[in-house]
Structure formats: C-alpha cells, structure tokens
Design a binder for this molecule. Structure first.
Ligand SMILES: [Zn+2]
Length: 311
C-alpha cells in the first residue's frame, strides 16, 4: 500500500510517496511560483502512479477541513481554494484527506520521530506560530480542524494586536517578525543587511544583548503557552520545529529554563521538549499518516529514523 503525501507551504510545495510501514519512497519539492495551481498539478502528475491508495495533504492555513478549502496567507491567489477537489481530480478514485501543516508535523513526529508517548504536542515556530495535537494516537483536529493552534493562545492580556484579531497571542511575541520588531524597538541595529529573524539569530549567537533578550522573551512566552496547554491536556512530549526553532539551543535552552521556573503541578514538571527529528519531512510523514488513517490502516511506530537524504 502506497499513499501520496502533499505538504503545501507558503513558499514551496513538497510531495512524496510513502508506504504503509512509513518509508519515504521518493520525494520532490518545488517553489510555489506564479501559478500555484500549475505547480500543484505538475508535482502530483509526476507522482500519481496507479497503485496509490490515498492522498494526505498538510497545508498552510487558514484551512477549512469541512469545505476542503485552503487560503494560505503567503499564496494570495488561493483564497478559499478547493484543494481537496482539485487533488481528487488529479488522483481520481482514492480518498483525499486534509489537515493543517502543523497538525501534520505533529502527526509525522508522533509516527516516525521516535517518541514513545501516546500523545504529543507539535509546535512550529516560524513567521507565525502553529501547532498540532496527537492525543492517544489520534490526530486531534477539533470541531473546525483548528485544534492545537497554540500560536493564538493568549500569553499577555494587554499585549500587541495579533493578525488573528485578538491581542497578546503567543505569535505576537514568538513569531520571527514579532521578535525582530521587538528587538528593533529596543534599539537593536544591524551594520549591514536586512534585520530579519535569521540576522537576529546570528546576532544572538554572537552574544548581542538585545537579540539574546528577544529569544529569551519568546522562549518565556512559549513556556507559558506550553505549560497552559499541558495543564489542560496532560501531554508530556512537546516537539518544536520551524525556522525560528532551527536556531536550536538559542530558543530551547531559555525555553527549558523558563518552563522549569514556572511549572507548578507535578505533571508539568517533567515535560519533554525536543527539536523536530524529521526536519523538513515531518509534514510529509504526517500527511501520509492522515491518508493511512483514513483507510483504517494502523500506524506502526518504529524507532527514530534519520532525516531522508532524498533530493
Ligand atoms: Zn492571534
């Protein structure tokens, strides 16, 4: 049994064939380009062999799993785009499942990331902050498909306005552009180049005071949101991926400290926080897992696998 996995990001699309044991058979990715629909068609056409038994899609949001539509913020040409119907036309006769990209990251990590716990909270810290939940072995998508969206957990009741319309969401503190905005407001300056999240991480690694404080502030907000979520759900394993998280210990070290400082209840004192082990493929594994679950195929978990070396 082989399923097709699609990872619809804001800047690139990735596709892979994955078998029921969770082996990534092949993969490809392509920049979204001028015509996202043509890019999708091209990628799927190359991979949709007759033996495919299902398709799973993880997409940047907002998404509507009931309508099967997506409106990725960075793809203005897709607003309410009927992605599920489009893929159904490209791969006729097989079920097509859709979930958020961070939900797929969480599910992929749960399945192939070598974690032993039955439940897992996955968090993507990038331009925005997303998240997904696996509870007792099932992806928990909620009523509208948006469960696990930790980026909009409130961490500061008097905080900055968020793109979502609320105020003081985690994303307004820990999202890459928010961290940069805060650092600039504190007086951070760059001699050359664009002051973006990457430059902020480089400066922090070099020991610059304000960039380090920006990471510490983001880590503290993240700790607050994680502890609040874990207090409700009693999950132990937390996996963090995404561009800002790729700065590794710059974020993880102050995060672990902030969590240790703030954890009260006994079940919140031994949370396992780790970086993603599957890197860029976590979302593809999660999308494949969605397709397998849709066909009632149990997900056999196995020891951690190294990130693929496929192109
Ligand atoms: Zn928000």
């Amino acid at each position: 049994m082989t399923v097709l996995a699609l990872d619809i990001g804001g800047t690139k699309f990735a596709v892979a064939r994955v078998d029921a044991s969770g082996t990534l058979l092949d993969r490809a990715e392509h920049p979204v380009g001028q015509s996202p629909t043509a890019t999708l068609r091209g990628l799927v056409a190359d991979f949709a062999e007759p033996g495919i038994t299902g398709v799973g899609i993880g997409s940047a949001g907002p998404i509507d799993t009931v309508a099967g539509t997506v409106s990725p913020i960075n793809i203005p040409r897709w607003r309410g785009y009927p992605l599920v119907a489009a893929v159904q036309r490209l791969v006729p006769g097989v079920p097509v499942s859709l979930a958020g990209d961070a939900q797929c990251m969480a599910l992929g990590e749960w399945w192939r990331g070598g974690h032993s716990a039955a439940s897992l909270l996955g968090i993507v810290v990038s331009t925005g902050v997303g998240g997904g939940l696996v509870l007792d072995g099932r992806p928990w998508t909620g009523r509208t498909g948006n469960a696990g969206h930790i980026g909009h957990v409130l961490v500061d009741q008097d905080g900055e306005p968020c793109v979502c319309g609320a105020r003081g969401c985690l994303e307004t503190v820990a999202g890459g552009p928010s961290m940069v905005r805060w650092a600039l407001a504190q007086g951070w300056t760059l001699a050359t180049g664009r002051p973006d999240a990457k430059a902020l991480a480089t400066a922090a690694r070099d020991g610059a005071r304000i960039p380090l404080a920006a990471f510490e502030r983001a880590a503290t907000a993240l700790a607050t949101a994680i502890l609040s979520t874990a207090a409700v759900l009693d999950v132990r394993d937390v996996v963090i991926g995404g561009g800002v998280a790729a700065s590794g210990d710059l974020l993880l070290a102050p995060l672990r400290t902030a969590m240790a400082d703030r954890a009260g209840m006994p079940h919140l004192r031994d949370l396992h926080v780790a970086s993603t082990t599957l890197d860029r493929d976590a979302g593809l594994y999660g999308a494949a897992a969605l397709a397998l679950l849709a066909s009632k195929t149990p997900l056999a978990r196995s020891p951690r696998i190294p990130p693929s070396t496929l192109p």
